[in-house]
Design a protein around this ligand. Structure first.
Ligand SMILES: *Cc1c(COP(=O)(O)O)cnc(C)c1O
Length: 423
């Protein structure tokens, strides 16, 4: 595919290392010159409707004027100041707001700059929670098949074994216990036995509540999480919810934790935290977790501190994003998206090569029975004027909550049309 772009494209392309990509085989990336609302503008003048909102971060659409104005003002006053021994209004307001709106009575927020790091921090908190209590044996985690918690070494080790490339990095990754999600009576029995067997070496259980995102867009019921919580209580394990994908309305409630009616001990947030404008993540801890670090012993402190933690621009963007959740009908928009995707993607059920169609909140998934040529598919989508980025056997839509009904129809139509041609 030929793009007309300025010299920056031709000159720079040979010097970037792209994510998740066999660069020798893949199509070149699309040069983007601007974004607006739900649109991505390409260098050659074409405009694509964005079906996935930049890895589901841009929940208010791109370039929301209110976030832009808030960040501009913060840029004028103070773009960044280190968080060691200094604090600022945007971070403290954000910490208090997150602790107030995330259900379950969280007390402390630790800021970092990416989802993976927020999960690393959660894991570090969990292990040191036990160390500070004088328990040196609880250092592993129980995680689940189909999970995705990040790309760093500690987080890869709690991802799905294939997704997390456990065999490729064998001997490098820490060893954890990976279980099937306890979805039914049979897996519950196995899960209970597994937890009982390993409880003494486990710091905690980590799970994405209701939707396992990048590991396959797999859904599960609140009962699964309730079961995990009750077993964790029985064996005295910490529960970490990774709400990086599900947080901020994506599944239909502000947090999946709400619909699950389960309270974790630690929760990770990122992705849509700043409305897709700035990198930022937060690890929230309940009081009883924090209390294990609150001591007269300096060695009991949490030894972590990213250089750009609580960046003032990012915190300003996050505060502005939370304002928008308060002032605009985001959850109603998510409900409308759910209805539109349910209807719009339904025709895919008729195709023999489609193994499942599922929708939850503003997440629409078409799962194919067999792997397919991803690049060919992506080209098809661009020809139809949409940006959709399938992976594995999954074609998914996670649009901005502000998307128009007509644009949603165009997205659904593009998916149905493309899938129909694959037979
Ligand atoms: C994206 C994601 C992460 C990793 O976040 P990064 O910012 O890419 O490091 C972790 N967990 C979940 C559930 C995610 O969706």
């Amino acid at each position: 595919m030929a793009h007309k772009a300025d010299a920056w494209f031709d000159t720079g392309l040979d010097h970037i290392w792209r994510p998740y990509c066999q660069m020798k085989l893949a199509d070149p990336p699309l040069p983007v010159v601007a974004t607006q609302g739900t649109r991505i503008k390409l260098a050659d003048g074409r405009e694509l409707i964005d079906g996935i909102a930049s890895w589901w971060t841009a929940c208010h659409g791109y370039n929301h004027p209110y976030i832009a104005a808030t960040v501009s003002e913060q840029l004028r006053v103070m773009p960044h100041v280190m968080f060691g021994d200094l604090v600022h209004e945007q971070a403290l307001r954000l910490a208090a707001r997150l602790c107030a709106i995330v259900p379950g009575g969280f007390e402390r927020a630790f800021f970092s700059d990416s989802g993976s790091v927020s999960v690393e921090v959660a894991m570090k908190m969990a292990v040191q929670f036990w160390l500070n209590k004088g328990v040196g044996t609880r250092r592993k985690f129980l995680a689940f098949k189909g999970a995705y918690h990040g790309d760093t070494f500690a987080t890869m080790a709690v991802c799905d074994p294939e997704e997390g490339m456990h065999s490729l990095f064998k001997g490098v990754l820490p060893q954890n216990i990976i279980a099937d999600l306890p979805r039914d009576v049979e897996t519950r029995g196995l899960f209970e036995a597994l937890v009982a067997r390993h409880a003494d070496e486990l710091a905690g259980i980590i799970v994405e509540p209701l939707v396992q995102g990048a590991g396959g867009m797999l859904f599960h019921e609140p009962a699964v999480l309730q079961h995990i919580r009750s077993l964790a209580d029985k064996h005295d394990l910490l529960v970490i919810f990774d709400e990086i994908f599900t947080g901020f309305g994506r599944t239909g409630t502000m947090f999946a934790t709400q619909a699950a009616e389960v309270t974790p001990d630690i929760i990770c947030l990122s992705k849509a935290l700043t409305g897709g404008t700035m990198p930022l993540a937060a690890t929230l801890a309940q009081k009883h977790v924090f209390d294990a670090f609150w001591s007269d012993d300096p060695a009991h402190a949490l030894m972590h501190g990213p250089t750009f933690m609580a960046n003032a621009l990012a915190c300003a963007a996050a505060n502005a994003s939370l304002d928008l959740f308060e002032s605009e009908p985001r959850l109603a928009q998510v409900a409308a998206i759910e209805a539109a995707l349910t209807e719009g993607l339904a025709p895919c059920r008729e195709f023999g090569h489609v193994s499942d169609v599922r929708v939850k909140g503003a997440i629409g998934v078409v799962e194919l029975a067999n792997p397919f040529d991803l690049d060919a598919l992506k080209r098809r989508f661009v020809e139809l004027g949409v940006f959709v980025r399938p992976f594995g056997r999954i074609i998914y839509l996670t649009p901005a909550f502000t998307i128009e009904q007509e644009e949603l129809q165009q997205l659904s139509y593009a998916v149905v049309k493309t899938v129909s041609k694959m037979e």
